[in-house]
Design a protein around this ligand. Structure first.
Ligand SMILES: Cc1cc2nc3c(=O)[nH]c(=O)nc-3n(C[C@H](O)[C@H](O)[C@H](O)COP(=O)(O)OP(=O)(O)OC[C@H]3O[C@@H](n4cnc5c(N)ncnc54)[C@H](O)[C@@H]3O)c2cc1C
Length: 459
């Protein structure tokens, strides 16, 4: 049967777009290559332990999130980060140092040298870069805040969000707020103060002040609820081609268990990762396809480890730790998953979720299970005082995990926008566009559904 909108890919971005399009009164078909909707989001109970294979938490950056939870009837399943989880550790000199959260704590922290702290006083006096100049995150931070700040605050943070390398990521693409702060206020420090005042008037929150949230049974609660609300998602269907027709209808072909399948719709939202989107639109939008294919996705492997509480010396009184490249760690960082949210493990057990690989160390992400397990355990011995092997561990491999907003990324997105103009009714929505976080994907899904609804209402 023909539908108004066909969504390809049932990750968070595609699901939100499909849900909003349906709420706008449109008929929607969703085709998903995997056996279940959710994309990289996947939660599982193992014994009493809740395991996350992808995202562990979201940040409550936009009121759209709570509105969505209410619409889906899952607001009562939301859980907020524990009080302890506001403490975040960074590795320095082989031990965990808490990130300072107040000006007083900043002055006293051993995380930065006195020289690095004094260097910050110069920040308001450093000239802004020309508005059209594209700097890497590393260039930007070195220039404004100094190299120690890059090494021990920004680099690990970038590794935590993007599994990325700040020398390669573009400031205006990956951290548009930072870029805008400099452009608008001429200084990050001045901008942080003024920007906070302005945000008080709007409902959006900055990522560094927003509360982290999940659900009693993990992040998959969100995508499962979206899947149920959208209804009729066709899983195990790998879409192969998209063809716009002279009658204004798109013909989409896919394959399920060796059998081909054809669907028709008035509009198509491509909500797959960029490399898959490139293959899908090569025939209709070759320039966008080339741009999409150029977006790199490094591998990340997630290692969930359950230990006896008594086998870990560290109190695990925080969100987790990030390990700067400067410290030459084997891992990007670990989340103290059983501290972040209540009800994640029995009282005598702790769960650590460790991320390996990214741009920094792709070889280890793809190493065999034994090498990987021993590298992760070795780091947990060194950094949190693990004194015995874990009770069990679970390894999840994402061969192409997170899109990198590298230099030139905004030009690549411009090519995608151009394809949307040249092929009316074709839309692109996924985490390579508008931000990689849960909140960003919710916003992007909303926005694209609105654009589609407006177009179809006028057609
Ligand atoms: C390991 C990991 C940890 C993360 N942790 C966090 C976190 O803690 N907090 C946070 O805010 N964000 C986190 N993120 C980022 C965030 O969760 C993701 O950006 C977001 O969930 C991506 O959603 P998406 O729909 O854009 O893409 P995806 O989830 O990748 O979904 C795309 C979908 O398209 C489908 N597809 C692909 N090709 C085809 C085809 N040809 N035909 C049909 N379907 C196809 C795929 O099977 C997939 O289901 C994490 C990401 C990863 C990988």
């Amino acid at each position: 049967m023909d539908s108004d909108v066909l969504v390809i890919g049932a990750g968070l971005s595609g699901l939100v777009a499909a849900f909003r399009a349906r709420k706008a009164g449109l008929s929607v078909t969703v085709l998903e290559a995997r056996a279940r909707p959710g994309g990289v989001i996947g939660s599982e109970r193992r014994g009493g332990v809740l395991l996350e294979r992808g995202p562990n938490s979201g940040l409550d950056t936009t009121p759209l999130i709570n509105a969505l939870l209410t619409d889906l009837g899952i607001a009562d399943q939301r859980v907020d980060g524990s009080r302890e989880s506001s403490r975040r550790y960074v590795v320095r000199g082989g031990r965990l140092v808490a990130l300072p959260t107040s000006p007083g704590a900043f002055l006293g922290t051993p995380l930065f040298s006195t020289r690095a702290k004094l260097r910050l006083f110069a920040e308001p006096f450093i000239r802004k870069s020309p508005a059209d100049a594209e700097e890497s995150i590393a260039q930007f931070v070195r220039r404004r805040l100094g190299s120690e700040f890059l090494d021990y605050a920004i680099e690990p943070f970038v590794a935590g969000i993007y599994a990325g390398d700040p020398e390669q990521l573009s400031v205006p693409a990956a951290f548009p707020r930072l870029h805008a702060l400099e452009q608008r206020y001429g200084s990050l420090i001045k901008g942080a103060i003024m920007g906070a005042r302005e945000r008080k008037k709007s409902a959006d929150k900055a990522k560094n002040t927003a509360a982290s949230f999940s659900f009693r049974e993990g992040m998959q609660t969100l995508t499962d609820a979206l899947g149920r609300a959208v209804g009729g998602i066709e899983c195990d269907v790998r879409v192969g081609t998209i063809q716009p027709g002279a009658d204004g209808m798109f013909t989409v072909t896919g394959e399920r268990a060796g059998t081909s399948l054809v669907r028709r719709a008035r509009a198509v939202i491509v909500a797959t990762p960029a490399y898959a989107a490139a293959d899908l639109v090569r025939a209709v939008a070759p320039e966008a396809a080339a741009a999409l294919a150029a977006i790199p996705y490094p591998p990340v492997t997630v290692v969930g480890s359950a230990y006896r509480r008594t086998d870990i010396a560290h109190p695990l009184d925080g969100f987790g730790f990030l390990a700067p490249a400067k410290e030459r760690p084997a891992v990007l960082g670990s989340l103290f998953s059983s501290t972040m949210f209540e009800g994640r493990a029995p009282a005598d057990t702790v769960v650590l979720t460790t991320f390996v690989g990214g741009r920094r160390n792709p070889e280890l992400a793809t190493a065999g299970d034994e090498n990987l397990a021993s590298a992760v355990h070795g780091e947990l011995v060194r950094l949190v005082g693990a004194r015995a092997q874990p009770l069990w561990r679970e390894i999840t491999r994402w061969a192409r995990a997170i899109p990198q907003y590298t230099m030139g990324h905004l030009g690549r997105i411009a090519a995608v926008e151009q394809a949307e103009r040249v092929v009316p009714g074709l839309y692109f929505c996924a985490n390579y566009r508008g931000g990689v976080s849960i909140g960003d994907c919710v916003k992007a899904g909303h926005a694209i559904a609105e654009r589609v609804a407006t177009r179809l209402a006028g057609a």
